[in-house]
Design a protein around this ligand. Structure first.
Ligand code: NAD
Length: 474
């Protein structure tokens, strides 16, 4: 007879490992099946986020930021650093060390929570059984009262620019270059393109980003996107909007690109090409015959608002279901489903999920944009405040950007907050809390914010909603 569990999680990425740990905390017998193998040939729990996503990209963003500041910005502080160099091997080694620390940390948490970790690919069979295919091809079947599918996502490949892992790469490839490419082409000015484009630009690459849409960062507030585009362009990132790639051919050590830009057909020769045009749900081969679980037209597992697939005991969470592909959205779905399985109420508020792009300046937002309010006929008022008038930001030599708060015109309830500037990845948390508690701009305006801090920009933006910001003319 197959070994049986209360909960089997297929996928040990951010969504899956949160579900597994929370279910184990609730005294359920839990197994987690994951196929990711690290550079050392051993299991590496944590999925895309820990292995080739959120954490390694932040490691390289930080290393490259130190180098960029040293070579470009320290002069204003009176600091000179002549002939600064960066050793890419050390930088990549540091990033790899961080990955190991965190994937190992998840393995330790699994042990501490008595979660059975299975290395291999999990496939849901009918009747709530899961078949596990180990890296050596061996198979075994385990049974679960509940199964949570958390198989994540994979980069979308363009048919005319296929990944070869050397010249044409995905996010994983661009996190592991062994030298700074002299010329880097990036397809897609989305989060990955902007973050990894920034890393290599700061280290000396000539970076050209080719984006199909006419609007830069179309999902962000238009004013935020405009400021971000201006600041990123100032740093030397060449961003071509409304540009469609038609071919990418590897010729020796180069990639020759042809694309149609605003001014007609263009050619570009680069040394490396990063293709970052989005990700697709990774559900190929995850469902066996007769499971009853449905996929939508984009290959995502169909679920209701509680992440239930409609099949008894079968749930799905994270990037492989509807909603934004964000690790923290997956975390919370994992926790919510574990709690529902344990008989508790579990819920994720999709209206207050924060977004962050870790460029410089950072970009963050929560809630609705002005464009969405207009489209939904919601009456609103706004208040903005620039970091250039915040003492701490100027003292830090980080005056770029602003905070914009959008509140309901009649009730004053906060509908959205949009930030671009230094450390806004942290500042957005206050805005999420305020929205989660259904706060108003008046609530934030009445809260004491420490001086001098960057958070004063949020406070002043709230005051500005009613034209009473102190440090600017309203
Ligand atoms: P994305 O959806 O953020 O951006 C892809 C961009 O590529 C879009 O602007 C799109 O218009 C453009 N595009 C698509 N096809 C194109 C083509 N043929 N030519 C030129 N441009 C084209 O996707 P991504 O940057 O690949 O990131 C994938 C996912 O990972 C996203 O859903 C994102 O939320 C997530 N992610 C999040 C973070 C973060 O939260 N900081 C970081 C990295 C990735």
């Amino acid at each position: 007879m197959s070994e049986s569990f209360d909960v089997i999680v297929i996928g040990g990425g951010p969504a899956g490992y949160h579900a597994a740990i929370r279910a184990a905390q609730l005294d359920l017998k839990v197994a987690c099946v994951d196929a990711w193998v690290g550079a050392d040939g051993k299991a590496a729990l944590g999925g895309t986020c820990l292995n080739v996503g959120c954490i390694p990209s932040k490691a390289l963003l930080d290393s490259s930021r130190q180098f960029w500041n040293l070579t470009r910005h320290f002069g204003v502080h009176g600091i000179t650093a002549k002939d600064a160099t960066i050793d890419i091997k050390t930088m990549i080694g540091r990033k790899d060390g961080i990955i190991k620390q965190f994937t190992g940390g998840v393995a330790m948490l699994f042990k501490a929570n008595k979660i059975a970790a299975f290395l291999g690919k999990g496939k849901l069979l009918g009747d709530r059984h899961v078949e596990i295919t180990a890296p050596d091809g061996g198979t075994q079947i385990i049974a679960g009262t509940n199964i949570i599918i958390a198989t994540g996502s994979a980069p979308i490949e363009l048919p005319f620019a296929k990944f070869d892992g050397k010249r044409i790469v995905d996010n994983a490839g661009a996190l592991a270059f062994d030298a700074v490419p002299k010329r880097l082409g990036v397809i897609g000015a989305g989060v990955i393109g902007l973050e990894l484009g920034s890393v290599w630009k700061r280290l000396g690459s000539e970076v050209t980003i080719i984006e199909a849409l006419p609007d830069f960062l179309a999902a962000a507030d238009a004013e935020v996107a405009k400021t971000a585009l201006r600041e990123l362009t100032k740093q030397g990132l060449k961003i071509e909007l409304d540009a469609k790639l038609s071919s990418a051919k590897v010729k020796g050590d180069e990639v020759h690109l042809a694309y149609s830009g605003k001014n007609g057909e263009k050619q570009l020769v680069v040394d490396k090409l990063l293709v970052a045009v989005g990700r697709r749900a990774y559900t190929n081969g995850v469902l066996g015959e007769g499971t009853g679980v449905k996929l939508d037209e984009r290959g995502r597992v169909v679920v209701d608002e509680h992440c239930w697939t409609g099949v008894d005991g079968v749930w799905a969470i994270g990037d492989c279901v509807r909603g934004p592909m964000l690790a923290h959205k997956g975390f919370e779905e994992g926790i919510a489903v574990a709690e529902i399985i344990a008989g508790k109420p579990g819920h994720v508020n999709m209206e207050t999920i924060p977004w962050v792009v870790y460029t410089e300046p950072e970009i963050a937002w929560v809630g609705k944009t002005e464009a969405q309010c207009k489209a939904e006929n919601i009456p609103y008022k706004t208040g903005s405040f620039p970091f250039a008038a915040i003492g701490r930001a100027v003292a830090m030599n980080e005056p770029a950007g602003f905070v914009k708060m959008i509140a309901h015109a009649q009730t004053d309830r906060i509908l959205g907050v949009h930030l671009v500037g230094a450390n806004v990845s942290e500042l957005v948390a206050e805005c999420v809390v305020a929205m989660e508690f259904k706060g108003s701009s008046e609530d934030i305006a009445r809260i004491v914010h420490a001086h001098p801090t960057l958070s004063e920009a949020v406070h002043e933006a709230a005051l500005a909603v009613d034209k009473r910001a102190i440090h600017k003319a309203n």
